[in-house]
Design a protein around this ligand. Structure first.
Ligand SMILES: [Zn+2]
Length: 152
């Protein structure tokens, strides 16, 4: 098999995409402080400590492998990553880790995944669709699996 061994992550210029606001935070008085995104109480917020690396290609790869043998997906993903952890930001390792969706960046979401009893990768909530989701603010483009909220 002539596999595409392109990396599933990319380096990013984090300065160019600085955090511009926090939901519920007081942006006006904090512009000179070093900002950290507020940890969500529900769901999960990942990636904030991974400055400079963007795993979007991995997340798109995983979404494209729904209903595929997990062992194959996993070994290919591993071979194209610098470390395995980002895989498990999306893919639940056990039942209680399952999430409908995972927030990756300030307004970037991907569907949560898990491995079913047949060893195949599945969506935790297949009916979740960007078109049914409403953004939390108007100043950011919110996306689910790369699709803008409220669009088909
Ligand atoms: Zn915004």
């Amino acid at each position: 098999m002539n596999k595409d061994k392109k990396s599933l992550f990319r380096k990013v210029n984090t300065r160019a995409r600085g955090v511009h606001h926090n939901f519920g935070g007081d942006f006006k008085y904090s512009r000179n402080q070093k900002r950290e995104s507020v940890e969500q109480t529900k769901g999960s917020m990942h990636g904030k400590k991974e400055r400079g690396l963007d795993y979007t290609p991995l997340f798109r790869f995983l979404q494209s492998k729904v209903d595929t043998e997990w062992n194959e997906v996993f070994s290919e993903a591993i071979s194209r990553l610098d470390k395995p952890e980002p895989i498990f930001w999306l893919v639940a390792e056990n039942e209680e880790d399952k999430k409908d969706y995972v927030r990756i960046g300030e307004s970037t979401y991907f569907s949560g995944l898990y491995v079913d009893n047949d060893g195949k990768l599945q969506l935790t909530k297949p009916e979740l669709d960007a078109k049914d989701m409403k953004p939390l603010c108007n100043c950011c483009t919110h996306t689910l699996n790369g699709k803008v909220f409220g669009t088909k």
